[in-house]
Design a protein around this ligand. Structure first.
Ligand code: PMP
Length: 381
């Protein structure tokens, strides 16, 4: 039997305590026991989102949360701003178009981040913009967006700021309330170390007011239904009971360690990965200034087939990393440092990457990536 180390940016490895919680017999959701679990979950989520506002829980993948963020606050024909600097930024545009919204698209070179000034300029030119959609951590490129700077611009207008924090939440800092993020979306299978199946949507007062006026069609994702029963707390439809119950275990782990400490931990893993990649003669896709601590996108040398490399690492050695998406298919690999990944997972991943790179003909001194990461880790202690 082969072990499978997940260094993928979702789903991420599930710690044993959470596996045990997931294995518990199911309970019914209209019971005091589940209500108790849900109450605790909401409080824990508020800690991770850094908000005091409502967080609605949906049984869906992250994209379902994004869809809810589109269809609950807007009306057909509304003008919005989207930022396309990767696959998930593009998803905002696609969703907006599917609902008959009019996106003003800011196109960014993959590997770079949108600047707050670009948003400010577009908002100035289009004072009828109703919402700005951005991505905290663009998982296809390994870029983190400066959400605070963008929020500082958007909060001065009537538009709302909607942030896809599916892969960044709990991994890099996002202060939903302090920064005035109006709607934040995340999901269970990245920073929360759970299987996919649950999405979260945090909504502040400014956005909640729009929820009542919005005329876009919605049913399952109608957050007014969630809002109505939120204070009990309850969910309008059958929730993903098993994942919600296990989420309390995940939140306990996160709270016990503390957000600040976790952010520093992921930053350290990311820095070691970046240093190791450079030591192997590889370069990074994301610009230094906006590089993400949630995952590292590494460019592969000409002649190395990324698809083959990912397959060899996974199928021969049991180490899963992600390949490139869309135009980056075959050209990069992405190593995640989110969830419960630690120093030795990163060292193992780098060591396997070295082995396979060597096999595929890349020239470097075997061991130099691992040694560089080790030296960095030791120096940091
Ligand atoms: N946004 C980002 C930034 C993501 O990384 C992902 C998942 N890779 C999604 C949205 C979509 O989530 P899901 O695949 O769970 O629908």
């Amino acid at each position: 039997m082969k072990k499978n180390l997940l260094l993928t940016p979702g789903p991420t490895h599930i710690p044993v305590e959470i596996c045990q919680a997931l294995g518990k017999p199911i309970i019914h959701h209209r019971t005091p026991q589940f209500q108790e679990a849900l109450k605790e979950v909401i409080e824990g989520l508020q800690y991770v989102f850094q908000t005091k506002n409502d967080i609605y829980i949906l049984a869906s993948s992250g994209t379902g949360g994004m869809e809810a963020a589109v269809c609950n606050f807007l009306s057909a024909g509304d003008k919005v701003i989207t930022v396309e600097g990767g696959k998930f930024g593009e998803r905002w545009t696609e969703l907006c178009k599917a609902y008959g919204l009019i996106p003003e698209v800011i196109t960014i070179e993959w590997g770079k981040a949108v600047k707050a000034e670009q948003i400010a300029e577009l908002l100035q030119k289009n004072n009828d913009v109703k919402a700005v959609f951005v991505t905290l951590c663009e998982t296809s490129t390994g870029v983190t967006t400066d959400i605070k700077a963008i929020a500082d611009v958007v909060k001065e207008t009537d538009a709302i700021l909607i942030v896809d924090a599916v892969s960044g939440l709990g991994v890099v800092d996002m202060q939903t309330d302090n920064w005035a993020v109006d709607v934040a979306v995340s999901a269970s299978h990245k920073g929360f170390m759970l299987p996919p199946g649950v999405a979260f949507v945090a909504v502040n007062q400014k956005a909640a007011a729009l929820m009542e006026k919005a005329t876009l069609p919605r049913y399952y994702f109608d957050l007014r239904k969630s809002k109505k029963v939120f204070s009990k707390p309850d969910t309008p439809f059958t929730p993903a009971i098993g994942i919600i119950v296990a989420l309390n275990e995940s939140l306990r782990i996160i709270k016990e360690e503390g957000l600040e400490k976790r952010f520093a931990h992921f930053a350290r893993l990311a820095e070691a990965t970046r240093k190791a990649a450079k030591a192997l003669g590889l370069s990074l896709l994301a610009d230094e200034a906006c590089i993400s601590n949630a995952l590292t996108a590494i460019k592969l040398p000409e002649g190395i087939d990324g698809g083959k490399l990912v397959k060899l690492m996974r199928d021969t050695y049991g180490i899963s990393v992600a390949g490139g998406q869309a135009q980056l298919k075959g050209k990069i690999i992405r190593i995640a440092h989110m969830g419960c990944i630690d120093e030795y997972d990163i060292l193992t991943g780098i060591s396997c990457l070295e082995k396979v790179l060597k096999k595929l003909g890349h020239s470097f001194k075997l061991g130099v990536g691992v040694a560089t990461a080790q030296e960095f880790f030791n120096g940091e202690e």
